[in-house]
Design a protein. Structure first.
Lengths: 549, 127
C-alpha cells in the first residue's frame, strides 16, 4: 500500500514532514522518536492507518487503537505535567513569601508582604485585597489595609509600571512597604472604615470563615443570603474570597480578595492556594504584634529603669546632702555656744560702758559680728535640720497657713501684698512637715527678696486630680533676671552649689515629695511655682510605719 | 525677786546667765550637770529652772522628765543651741523653749512670761 504520510521512512527532511522543523535533527533521523512525538498527531498518518485497517485486517486495526490510546495517555501526561508545574511554581512562590514573612518583624512589613503576594501577578494575581484585624479586646474585626487599584485607569498604570520593572516578589513587597503603604491606607480609607464587623456576629461571613477555619468563596454576593448586603455594597463585587487568619487558635483577622477590575473568575484552586498562604501570614502577623508589644514593654521598662536610675541618683544626692547636713549641723552647734558667750558678754559689757569709752566701738563691732554670725548660723541650721526627713500625715493647709503667717510677720510693711487662698476640706497627705515648710518658706522668702513693690505674692492650695496643688505666684518686677528653671537647679553631684544653695536644696526635696514640681514664667510679669503633692494612698500608713521601723 | 536655777555644762554660759539675770533682779544658782542640779533642788526652793538640753554625757530632757515628775509645779525653760528639739515630744513638757543667742532679750522675755504665769497660778491656788 502506498502511504500518504512520510511516517514509514527511516529518515525524513523538514520539507517532507510539516510537523518537524529543520533544527529537530534527532526527530528527522529517528523513526522511533518521530513516530511517538509527531506522527501520532499527524492527520495523514491517521489516514494511512484507516486505509491500512481496510486493506490489511486486524493488525492494522489494533495498531489504530493503540495509537489512539498512546495519544490519550500523552494528553493526560501533559495535563499532569502542567498541573505539577503549576504546583511547583506555587510551592516556589509560597517558599519565597514564607522567607519574606519569616524575616519581617514589623506588622506593616508583614502585611505589605502578604497583600503583595495576593495581588501581584507573580503571586496569586488578585485585583484587590483587604485585611481586617481583630482589636486588642477581640471584640471587632476592623479594616486595616487595602491594596490594589480603585479603577481601570489606575489598574492600567500599576500593571504597566510592574511590567516595566521586573521586580521579584520580595522587591515588590519592600517597595510597597517603603513607598506606598500609607497612601494605600488613605486610598481605601472609606472602605476600611465600613469594614468593621463585631466578632460576636456569628452569622457574618467573615466570622463564619473564622469559626469554620476555612476559606469561603462567595458568589452572587448581592443576592446571597449568607452575605451581609452592606459588605457586598462596600466591596462592589459579586464574587470575592474570604480567607480567615488564625494562629494557634487565636483569631487574628481575615483577608478579603476579589477581582474588582478584571472580574476574572476565582476558582476553587485559587482559593485553596491562597488558603495555604494564610497560615504563615497569620503566624507572621501574630509574631509581629507580639514583637510590637514586646517593644512597647521594653520601652516602658527602659523608662522605668531610667526613672529608677534617677531615683537612685536622687538618693545618692540626698545621702550626700544628708552627710553635708550632719557635718554642717555639728559645726554650727559647736559654734553657737562660744558665739553666744562672746556676743552675750560683749552686750553685758556694753551696758556698763559709757558713750565716750574708747572700748565701746570695739564692743559694738563684736556685737554686730556676733549677730551676723548668728543669723548665718540659723540659716545653716535650718538647712541642716531639713535634711533629716520625718514623714507623716499632715494637713497641707495647716502647713501652708503656718508658713504664710510666719513669712508675713517678717515682711509686713515691705509694700508687697501677701494673699492666702486655701481650698477647704483638703485631705491629709504624707510629707515631712519640716522639710516641706522649709521649702515653701524658702520659695516665698526668695520671691519676696527678688520683688520690687508694688507686687503680690499669692499662696494657694487646691485639689488637683489625685494631688494637692500648692501654688505660689509672685507678680511684680522681678529684680533677678534668671531663667525660672535654672533658678532652682541643684548643683552637680559632688560639685559646688552654683547659685542659691537653699533653693537648690529645695528642688531636691520637692522632687522627692512632689508628683511634679514646676517653676515657670507667670503671664510675663512674674513667676509661678506649682507643687503637686500626691494624696495619701490606701495602705500608705502601713508602708510608712514599716519603713520607719 | 525670783530664784532661778541654771543648768548648763558650759561654765561661761552659766557666768553670762548669772550676770545678766542678776541685773534683772533675780537670784541665780548654777549647776554644771544633772546630779548637781538634783541635789540643789532637794535642798533649796526655786521659782524657775533654765535647762540646757545637751549636757555633757547626759540629756537635759531626761532631767526635765524627772523634774516634772517630782516637782511638777516648778516651771522649766529649755535653753539650747538646737532649734530642732522644739518638735520633740519630750520637749513639750517644758514651759518654754528658747534657742541660745547672744541677745538674751528673748530669754528674759520668756522668763518673765513663765514667772507671771506661775504667779497667776499660785495666786489662784492661794484663793
Amino acid at each position: 500500500m502506498k502511504t500518504e504520510c512520510c511516517w514509514a521512512k527511516d529518515v525524513v527532511t523538514a520539507a517532507e514532514c510539516p510537523y518537524v522543523s529543520a533544527d529537530e535533527a534527532d526527530l528527522c533521523a529517528s523513526l522511533e522518536l518521530r513516530l511517538v512525538a509527531r506522527c501520532l498527531e499527524c492527520p495523514r498518518f491517521a489516514g494511512d492507518l484507516d486505509r491500512l485497517a481496510e486493506d490489511s485486517g486486524p493488525v492494522a486495526k489494533a495498531m489504530r487503537i493503540l495509537a489512539a490510546e498512546v495519544l490519550r495517555q500523552k494528553a493526560q501526561l501533559n495535563t499532569m505535567v502542567g498541573f505539577l508545574d503549576s504546583r511547583n511554581m506555587e510551592i516556589q512562590f509560597l517558599h519565597e513569601i514564607g522567607g519574606i514573612l519569616q524575616t519581617s518583624l514589623g506588622l506593616d512589613e508583614v502585611l505589605s508582604a502578604a497583600l503583595t503576594a495576593i495581588t501581584a501577578g507573580k503571586g496569586f494575581g488578585m485585583n484587590r485585597a483587604f485585611l481586617l484585624l481583630s482589636d486588642k479586646e477581640r471584640r471587632y474585626l476592623k479594616g486595616y489595609l487595602g491594596v490594589g487599584p480603585r479603577n481601570y485607569q489606575e489598574a492600567w498604570d500599576i500593571w504597566a509600571e510592574i511590567g516595566r520593572n521586573d521586580y521579584t516578589l520580595r522587591e515588590m513587597a519592600m517597595q510597597f512597604h517603603e513607598t506606598k503603604l500609607s497612601a494605600e491606607k488613605d486610598k481605601f480609607q472609606d472602605i476600611l472604615e465600613k469594614l468593621t464587623v463585631p466578632m460576636g456576629d456569628q452569622g457574618h461571613i467573615l466570622n463564619r470563615a473564622l469559626q469554620e477555619r476555612r476559606a469561603i468563596l462567595v458568589h452572587d454576593a448581592f443576592h446571597n443570603p449568607d452575605v451581609d448586603p452592606q459588605l457586598a455594597r462596600t466591596l462592589g463585587v459579586d464574587t470575592f474570597l474570604v480567607l480567615p487568619l488564625i494562629s494557634r487558635n487565636r483569631r487574628i483577622g481575615a483577608i478579603i480578595a476579589d477581582n474588582f477590575i478584571t472580574h476574572k473568575p476565582i476558582t476553587p484552586q485559587d482559593m485553596h492556594s491562597m488558603e495555604t498562604l494564610t497560615f504563615p501570614v497569620a503566624f507572621a502577623i501574630e509574631r509581629a504584634s507580639l514583637y510590637e508589644r514586646m517593644h512597647e514593654d521594653l520601652s516602658k521598662l527602659t523608662q522605668a529603669n531610667a526613672k529608677l536610675r534617677e531615683q537612685q541618683e536622687l538618693i545618692v544626692r540626698m545621702e550626700k546632702l544628708a552627710l553635708l547636713g550632719k557635718i554642717t549641723s555639728s559645726i554650727a552647734h559647736s559654734i553657737r555656744n562660744p558665739l553666744m558667750i562672746i556676743g552675750g558678754f560683749a552686750r553685758s559689757l556694753m551696758k556698763n560702758t559709757g558713750g565716750n569709752d574708747p572700748n565701746r566701738e570695739a564692743l559694738e563691732t563684736i556685737l554686730t559680728s556676733a549677730k551676723e554670725l548668728e543669723t548665718a548660723l540659723s540659716e545653716t541650721l535650718g538647712y541642716a535640720d531639713s535634711v533629716f526627713p520625718a514623714v507623716d500625715q499632715w494637713d497641707v493647709n495647716q502647713l501652708v497657713g503656718n508658713v504664710f503667717r510666719e513669712v508675713r510677720r517678717k515682711t509686713e510693711g515691705d509694700g508687697i501684698l501677701l494673699t492666702l487662698d486655701l481650698a477647704p476640706d483638703l485631705p491629709a497627705t504624707i510629707l515631712d512637715y519640716r522639710q516641706m515648710a522649709y521649702c515653701i518658706k524658702k520659695i516665698m522668702s526668695n520671691s519676696l527678696g527678688n520683688m520690687s513693690p508694688p507686687g503680690e505674692l499669692r499662696v494657694a492650695t487646691r485639689l488637683d486630680g489625685d494631688c494637692i496643688l500648692v501654688e505660689i505666684v509672685a507678680t511684680a518686677d522681678l529684680s533677678v533676671a534668671e531663667e525660672p528653671e535654672g533658678a532652682m537647679d541643684p548643683a552637680p553631684a559632688g560639685g559646688e552649689f552654683s547659685g542659691d544653695m537653699d533653693l537648690s536644696f529645695c528642688r531636691v526635696i520637692l522632687e522627692n515629695y512632689c508628683k511634679s514640681f514646676i517653676v515657670e514664667e507667670y503671664e510675663g510679669k512674674g513667676r509661678r511655682y506649682a507643687l503637686r503633692l500626691p494624696l495619701k494612698k490606701e495602705g500608705a500608713d502601713h508602708e510608712q510605719n514599716s519603713g520607719r521601723g | 525677786m525670783s530664784r532661778i536655777l541654771v543648768v548648763d555644762d558650759e561654765s561661761s554660759i552659766r557666768l553670762l546667765y548669772s550676770h545678766e539675770l542678776a541685773d534683772e533682779g533675780h537670784e541665780v544658782v548654777t549647776s554644771a550637770n544633772a546630779a548637781e542640779a538634783v541635789e540643789k533642788l532637794k535642798k533649796d526652793d526655786f521659782d524657775l529652772i533654765l535647762l540646757d538640753i545637751k549636757l555633757k554625757n547626759e540629756s537635759g530632757l531626761d532631767l526635765l522628765q524627772r523634774i516634772v515628775k517630782e516637782r511638777h509645779n516648778l516651771p522649766v525653760i529649755l535653753c539650747t543651741a538646737y532649734s530642732c528639739y522644739k518638735d520633740d515630744f519630750s520637749a513639750w513638757l517644758a514651759d518654754g523653749y528658747v534657742v541660745k543667742s547672744s541677745d538674751l532679750t528673748e530669754l528674759k522675755h520668756e522668763i518673765r512670761r513663765v514667772l507671771e504665769k506661775k504667779g497667776t497660778r499660785n495666786t489662784k491656788k492661794g484663793r
